[in-house]
Write a protein of this length. Structure first.
Lengths: 548, 289
């Protein structure tokens, strides 16, 4: 009798848990300490992509097995990181469909299709990087620059607002970020002459609360860094999710390249706030500070990396840090209270600059002859693929392109609304040769030993030294996940999903999934079992330990 | 501290020597295959002249490409655009005056797609032809097309089969060994300049995707062959006995990617006319039987 009562009580509790399947602001603030769920794109406001889960560890990781697969009906790259809330996984199918799955079995609860306007012009693939969630509402930024709110229980739309005009070259691929009662997003289109911005919308109504333009217009601080009206189509897009420090009430966003990409002569000046990180007041959108990585950028070195926040010792005393491996090839440590430059060290071969000013971090430009390959090439030393910081090892892990270069050819291009506005073109460094580009071009690769290859680079932020490097033959667009058991998970273009020892870089386990891995692995727990998910090709694969 | 792929890194050190890459402003033709994305992209508008472009300066475009482009232009384009490139109003190729294009990429797009509503049709040029026509259009004022003596493809074929001994390694239309690259489609994929450079200096012109490998297994078996595909953990090849072989790098004791081409230089074996004839023959190989 008692036994039956206990079973009934447990069942009731389960039902209650399911009903409670929602996300509160408090949950978001404490996401790092509630590792069973994965509540934001980067796992927490600190964006460390580090999980306290440790059931899977270096000793048993060899026992990982495939638990289930979600096969997306989309031929676009699968770049989304899923959210998991109380055993339910919410993930986008590119470009803008949403599916809710049982996170333990992969079976679907509901499916939502969003018809993207044919006017949408995402520059580099009709992709999406994921969702944000608050309460029972999911938020998605669409390729045609709408922000959509969905009921997480049935996938029905609640509201839908136009953030910008798709026909003018504005697209959205970013996973939004919830802060308090606002959902924050930004616009892509740095190759199409847009004017970038970050904007916050009321979670209940979709009404715009604030907007911060990432190119300084007339009257804005920094407007002198543009000549004439170059700011009006100066790019500086937003397409990777930002971070948030609740103590400082600052939200941090990385901005993309100024436009036209390869023709800095068309926009003399530093072009603020392109290729920068901006720290914005989360309530008002007012900028508190900025740090520009690549002034008057000439190489498409977007600063669209995830701002990774760490509270750790710096020169012997605790400090609020921001760790940033930039597309331009330098690894930066900033103070996130005021944006002060603390250190910057190259993590791959760099020829565009000879170094950084030790006080300001401003790059000292190298003299570049036309027609000579520049390191790193246009895809950069890294890009939007999420890095990871493990407070346990104290190391920062960078998904990198190493020894990668290309020839930048520039020519003037007039601005035409909604048209490509790159001011140049790229040719491979090897005459007649191949070079790795935005996505996998086929199953054959016999050239990245000469043209540039992928790597996981483990940096010690305290001294800017490389601790270890795990080299791949092909390049990689995979994000990195680390866990409290000192495991590191990473994929790559070759389709291998690998687990490394986070302390040494030693390979512990791998699975060949066949398709390019271009999302960030994440982990969660359901019914006491830890799972790890990664997308490869057009499918999402979920692994767990073999049942005893 | 090196991870488990230290072996890979050792291989990489073996094969990597960026100093041998031929940098500089010389014209870059375009490989076919997956590189189509880049094929169309313009080379520099004012690339620095390479050493061999000294007199006259063709702006980084290769003379062999320009000459081939001149033949194509004369045969296909001059009917409407005129031998001097000024027969259409508002367009003067010699003077660099165009209506719609700025970059080489634009030129390639217009030639490939045509211009709807005008008399400009879409041309089915392959990559080698496009590269060459663009090279000629950019150099009409400097290059005397009337001096071009087209190579003799029939004589080139005879050279291929005789003194060239090309069929010892190369395969065309299903005949010949697998040792060197299959040339069935080489006339569509490679520009005349690239073919000429390969004949004169195969090591210098060889692309990474034509490298061969030498592997020694832990059981002391030596395997050599043409590399077909590689990743972090494995390599696929066709071996010297024409067998498809797939190797796990962790099973190997030694692994070397050979940067030297097995192909001889014809610099001292063939006259410049012979080279031109052989190139003409290779350019005629466009994939069909």
């Amino acid at each position: 009798m008692i036994r039956r009562f206990l079973i009934a009580a447990a069942a009731l509790l389960l039902v209650a848990l399911n009903i409670r399947a929602q996300v509160s602001n408090d949950d978001l603030l404490h996401a790092s300490s509630q590792p069973r769920d994965w509540l934001t794109y980067s796992g927490s406001y600190m964006s460390q992509r580090y999980s306290l889960l440790h059931q899977i560890d270096p000793a048993n990781v060899k026992n990982l097995e495939l638990k289930w697969v979600f096969q997306a009906q989309s031929l676009q790259k699968f770049e989304a990181t899923p959210l998991v809330v109380h055993g339910v996984m919410y993930v986008t199918q590119a470009p803008n469909d949403v599916v809710a799955l049982d996170a333990a079995t992969g079976r679907a609860f509901w499916f939502y299709h969003y018809a993207v306007s044919p006017a949408a012009k995402p520059c580099c693939g009709a992709v999406n990087r994921g969702l944000a969630m608050l309460g029972h509402t999911l938020y998605m930024a669409t390729n045609d620059s709408h922000l959509v709110a969905l009921d997480s229980r049935n996938g029905q739309p609640i509201w839908n607002v136009e953030v910008a005009k798709a026909a003018d070259g504005y697209a959205m691929t970013v996973a939004p970020l919830i802060i308090k009662d606002k959902v924050i997003t930004g616009v892509a289109g740095g190759e199409l002459g847009i004017r970038g911005f970050v904007a916050a919308y009321d979670v209940e109504t979709g009404k715009e609360d604030w907007r911060f333009y990432t190119t300084a217009g007339p009257g804005d601080p920094g407007s002198g860094t543009w000549t004439s009206d170059a700011w009006a189509h100066g790019g500086a897009p937003i397409w990777t999710t930002g971070s948030y420090d609740p103590d400082l009430n600052l939200t941090y966003w990385g901005t993309g390249n100024p436009g036209p990409d390869y023709d800095p002569g068309a926009r003399p000046g530093d072009n603020l706030y392109s290729a920068s990180v901006v720290a914005l007041d989360a309530d008002t959108g007012k900028m508190k500070w900025y740090f520009q990585f690549s002034p008057n950028d000439a190489h498409d070195y977007d600063a669209t990396q995830v701002p990774v926040l760490a509270n750790t010792n710096w020169k012997g005393s605790p400090r609020k840090l921001m760790l940033w491996a930039n597309r331009n090839g330098y690894f930066y440590v900033l103070d996130r209270t005021d944006g002060k430059f603390l250190s910057g060290t190259p993590f791959v071969r760099i020829t565009w600059a000879t170094g950084l000013d030790p006080q300001t971090g401003r790059p000292q430009l190298a003299h570049l002859e036309p027609g000579v390959p520049v390191f790193p090439g246009p895809e950069g030393a890294t890009n939007w693929y999420s890095p990871s910081f493990s407070p346990h090892t104290g190391l920062f892990y960078i998904p990198a392109w190493s020894d990668f270069s290309a020839i930048f050819n520039r020519f003037p291009v007039p601005y035409k609304q909604g048209q490509h506005y790159t001011g140049g073109a790229i040719t491979p460094a090897i005459p007649n040769g191949q070079m790795p580009v935005l996505s996998k071009l086929g199953p054959i690769n016999t050239y990245t030993d000469a043209a540039g290859h992928g790597a996981v680079i483990a940096m010690d932020p305290t001294d800017g030294q490389k601790k270890w490097e795990f080299d791949m033959y092909d390049v990689t667009m995979s994000g990195i996940l680390t866990t409290a058991s000192d495991l590191l998970f990473v994929g790559g273009r070759e389709g291998y999903f690998q687990s490394l020892d986070a302390k040494t870089g030693a390979l512990l386990w791998k699975a060949s999934l066949g398709g390019e891995i271009a999302d960030g692995p994440m982990t969660y727990e359901v019914n006491g079992k830890q799972y790890v998910s990664v997308a490869s090709g057009n499918s999402l694969f979920v692994f767990g330990l073999r049942d005893p | 501290m090196k991870p488990a792929t230290g072996l890979t890194q050792a291989f990489r050190r073996l094969v990597k020597s960026p100093t041998t890459w031929s940098f500089g402003g010389r014209a870059i033709g375009c490989a076919g295959f997956a590189l189509l994305v880049f094929c169309g992209f313009a080379r520099g508008q004012n690339p620095a002249p390479g050493p061999e472009d000294s007199t006259p300066n063709y702006g980084g475009y290769a003379k062999a490409d320009i000459a081939y482009g001149a033949q194509l232009y004369t045969a296909q384009c001059s009917g409407c655009h005129g031998v001097n490139g000024d027969a259409q109003p508002g367009i003067n190729f010699r003077a660099g005056q165009f209506k719609r294009v700025a970059s080489d990429n634009d030129l390639r797009m217009v030639i490939t797609n045509g211009i709807s509503g005008t008399a400009m049709p879409a041309w089915h040029f392959n990559n080698a032809e496009l590269t060459s026509v663009v090279a000629y259009l950019r150099n009409m004022s400097k290059f005397n097309a009337s001096n071009v003596v087209p190579g003799d493809a029939a004589h080139g074929k005879a050279l291929y089969d005789s003194v060239g001994q090309c069929a010892t390694c190369h395969r065309i239309n299903g005949a010949g060994p697998f040792t060197g690259p299959d040339l069935t489609n080489v006339g569509a994929a490679r520009s005349p300049d690239f073919l000429e450079r390969t004949l004169l200096d195969a090591d210098g012109a060889m692309l990474p995707n034509n490298r061969s490998i030498r592997a020694v297994t832990k059981a002391n078996q030596t395997i050599t062959g043409r590399r077909l595909n590689e990743d972090t953990y494995t390599v696929q090849l066709i071996d010297s006995n024409n067998r498809l072989v797939s190797l796990n790098k962790s099973d190997l004791r030694e692994y070397t990617v050979l940067k030297a081409s097995g192909m001889p230089s014809y610099k001292d074996k063939l006259s410049s006319k012979d080279v031109s004839d052989l190139v003409a023959y290779l350019l005629s190989l466009k994939g069909g039987q």
